[in-house]
Design a protein around this ligand. Structure first.
Ligand code: ZN
Length: 155
């Protein structure tokens, strides 16, 4: 007989965020991607480092935006297992793209760099999850609009 036990038990904090997303969030289709949006979050209610835990808990990508100013509204968006749409209204309102999660690596895609450029932003953060038994590991990486070739250019 096989015993099933819950892998990666979800923290109270992650659980609370997911509950808010389901109760207060709203669903929307953005560029063909089905997303769920939770807006009007206060500073600290959801942080970039939560994105990895949310990703680990639900296997969906998450993104976090911030309204203008240090205490600007935080907006959490849940995407699909491998992509997340950024609603244009946040671009127009000059929100900051704080970060997003990836399922298994921290390499930015061309779409990520294009989005960063659309936000007219120098850099943003990718949080990724490395699953290892019951103890997932998280990695973060800052990426920029232009790929950094300096590692291989002849000096
Ligand atoms: Zn990405």
């Amino acid at each position: 007989m096989e015993l099933f036990h819950q892998k990666n038990s979800i923290s109270k904090r992650t659980e609370t965020i997911l509950k808010k997303l389901s109760e207060r969030g709203h669903s929307k289709i953005v560029n063909g991607v089905s997303v769920r949006i939770l807006s009007a979050l206060k500073k600290g209610e959801v942080k970039v480092k939560d994105l990895g835990r949310l990703q680990a808990a639900t296997k969906h990508e998450y993104t976090l935006l911030r309204g203008i100013g240090k205490y600007g509204e935080r907006v959490l968006i849940r995407g699909t297992p491998n992509q997340v749409g950024l609603p244009a209204e946040y671009l127009e309102k000059k929100y900051v793209w704080s970060g997003h999660s990836h399922p298994d690596d921290t390499s930015p895609s061309q779409a990520d760099r294009d989005a960063l450029s659309a936000f007219d932003q120098e850099c943003s953060v990718i949080v990724s999850v490395y699953e290892s038994s019951d103890d997932p590991k998280y990695k973060t990486r800052t990426f920029e609009q232009i790929e950094d070739w300096s590692d291989w250019l002849p000096s």
